[in-house]
Design a protein around this ligand. Structure first.
Ligand code: FAD
Length: 415
C-alpha cells in the first residue's frame, strides 16, 4: 500500500482527502493507494462562526452545545470512507526520504499535501502575544467569551474592549459583542456600568483589503452600533492594562482582542521549500511548490502563496480558495498516478464576500452586486448550510445548521 498523506484536516485538507478517496475508488486504485489524513485535533473547525461562539453567553448555550456547532468530529466526517485518520502533531518532514515525522509516529508517503493552515501574527509588537486574546480556534472563542463575562461580573465602571485589527474578523467580533452588551449590562446594572468597544486599525479604513464601498458600508454600520474606530493608528505595544498607539497616546482596556495579523503556520517554517510573504510556500497554479524537484509535494490554502500572473496579488487566506486548491491537488495526484499529462490548474476569480456585522445584518458583495442588511445575512446563512451539506450527510447538515441558527439568533438583541 502506498500512502497519500494530507497534513491538516481544515478546509483544504478535508476537501483534498474526500476528493482523493472518491477518485481512487472510481479508478479502482484503492487497493494500491491509501489516503491518510493527519490533524492534531480530532475535529474539523468551521472558523466563520467563531465570532458567534465568542459572543454567546454561557446561559444561552453551554460549551458542549456550542462546540457541536463549529467543531465537527473528523471520524464522523470520513465515516464509511476509505480515509485513515491520524490524530497527531506534525513535527518534521524529510522530502528526500519521503517521511513525515509526527509527535507519536512516522509515516512514509508517496504523495504529500501540506495544508496546516495559519496562525495569529503579532508583527513582533511587544506584549501582544502575552496580553492579547486571539481568535483562531474554538478554545480561543471560549476564552474571549469567558473573559468578557468575568469582566462584566466585576465591573464598577464602563468596560473597555479593544479590538486590534479592522479586517473581517475584527469588525465581525466587535459588532457581535456589541449585540451582547444589553444582556451583559444586567450583570452590573446596579453599578451603572456600560461598555465601550474600539477597533484600532492601521489602515485608513476598515476592511481595507476590500473595495471602498464595502468599507464605507461597514463603517456606517459600526457607527450605528456605537463602535468606535481609530483609523491610521497602529498598536505599538501592549501590557496587562494598556495598548500604546502610534499616535503617541495609550488606551486602557479590560478585554483586548487581536485580529490584526495572520501568517502561515510556523510548523512549516523549516521546510526546504521556497517561501514568500507571510511565510507561505510559493506554488504554481497546479498547487505544486515552485522551484523544486520534489514533484510529489503539494501545498494549499493558507500554507500556499500563489500570485496572480498579471496583478501579482496573492490568493486571499479564505476557505474557498483552500477548498478549491485541495481538490486541484487531489486531481493532480490522480493524474500523475494514472500517467496523464493533463494538469488541473487554479483559476483566479473574485470570491463572494460576506461580513456579518452584528445581529441579522451583514454586508455582501457577490460579483458586482452589493447587498446589505437582512438579505445579506440570509445569504450568509445559506452559504454556511451549503458548506455543511458538502461535508456531512444531508440531515446531519440540516440539524447542525438549524441548531446553530436557533442559538445564534438569541444573540441578536439589537436586530
Ligand atoms: C475567526 C476566523 C474567521 C474566518 N472567517 C472566514 C470566512 O467567513 N470566510 C472565509 O472564506 N474564510 C474565513 N476565515 C479564513 C479561513 O478559516 C482560512 O482561510 C481557511 O481555514 C484556510 O484553510 P486551510 O485548509 O489552509 O487551513 P485550516 O482550515 O486552518 O486547517 C489547518 C488544519 O491543520 C491542523 N494543524 C495545524 N497545525 C498542525 C500540526 N502541527 N499538526 C497537525 N495538524 C495541524 C489544524 O488543526 C487544522 O485542522 C476565517 C478564519 C478565522 C480564524
Amino acid at each position: 500500500m502506498k500512502h497519500i498523506v494530507i497534513l491538516g484536516a481544515g478546509f483544504g485538507g478535508l476537501q483534498a482527502a474526500l476528493t482523493l478517496e472518491k477518485l481512487l475508488k472510481r479508478r479502482r486504485s484503492s487497493e494500491e493507494y491509501s489516503v491518510t489524513l493527519v490533524d492534531r485535533n480530532a475535529f474539523h473547525t468551521f472558523t466563520p462562526l467563531l465570532y458567534e461562539i465568542a459572543a454567546t453567553s454561557p446561559e444561552t448555550a453551554g460549551d458542549l452545545k456550542l462546540q457541536a456547532l463549529v467543531s465537527f468530529p473528523l471520524k464522523k466526517l470520513v465515516e464509511k470512507r476509505n480515509i485513515m485518520l491520524v490524530e497527531d502533531n506534525f513535527i518534521a518532514l524529510d522530502l528526500d526520504c519521503k517521511t513525515v515525522t509526527l509527535l507519536k509516529s512516522k509515516i512514509e508517503f508517496e504523495y504529500l499535501i501540506i495544508a496546516l493552515g495559519s496562525e495569529s501574527y503579532y508583527f513582533d509588537i511587544p506584549g501582544l502575544d502575552k496580553y492579547a486574546l486571539s481568535l483562531k480556534t474554538f478554545d480561543d472563542a471560549i476564552r474571549i467569551r469567558d473573559r468578557i463575562v468575568s469582566v462584566f461580573r466585576t465591573a464598577e465602571r464602563n468596560v473597555r474592549i479593544i479590538v486590534g485589527g479592522g479586517g473581517p474578523n475584527g469588525v465581525e467580533i466587535a459588532s457581535e459583542i456589541r449585540q451582547w452588551i444589553p444582556e451583559l449590562k444586567k450583570e452590573c446594572d446596579q453599578k451603572n456600568c456600560g461598555a465601550e468597544i474600539t477597533i484600532v486599525e492601521g489602515a485608513a479604513r476598515v476592511l481595507a483589503a476590500f473595495d471602498e464601498k464595502t468599507s464605507e458600508r461597514a463603517m456606517k454600520r459600526l457607527h450605528a452600533l456605537g463602535i468606535w474606530t481609530l483609523l491610521n493608528t497602529r498598536i505599538t505595544e501592549a501590557d496587562g492594562e494598556k495598548v500604546y498607539l502610534s499616535n503617541g497616546t495609550s488606551k486602557n482596556y479590560d478585554v483586548f482582542i487581536w485580529t490584526g495579523g495572520v501568517k502561515t503556520n510556523s510548523a512549516i517554517d523549516s521546510l526546504p521549500l521556497k517561501k514568500g510573504g507571510r511565510g507561505g510556500i510559493e506554488i504554481d497554479a497546479d498547487t505544486a511548490p515552485r522551484d523544486t524537484t520534489y514533484d510529489f509535494v503539494f501545498a494549499i490554502g493558507d500554507n500556499a502563496l500563489l500570485h496572480h500572473p498579471l496583478t501579482h496579488t496573492s490568493t486571499p487566506l479564505m476557505a474557498r480558495p483552500a477548498m478549491i486548491q485541495g481538490r486541484i491537488a487531489a486531481k493532480n495526484i490522480i493524474a500523475t498516478i494514472t500517467k496523464k499529462d493533463e494538469k488541473y490548474r487554479y483559476s483566479f476569480r473574485s470570491y463572494p464576500y460576506i461580513a456579518p456585522l452584528g445581529g441579522k445584518y451583514a454586508i455582501a458583495k457577490v460579483g458586482k452586486l452589493y447587498v446589505s442588511g437582512l438579505p445579506a445575512w440570509i445569504f450568509k446563512g445559506f452559504t454556511e448550510l451549503n458548506y455543511f451539506l458538502s461535508i456531512m450527510p444531508f440531515w446531519t447538515a440540516i440539524k447542525v445548521w438549524l441548531k446553530g441558527l436557533s442559538i445564534f439568533i438569541r444573540n441578536d438583541r439589537l436586530g
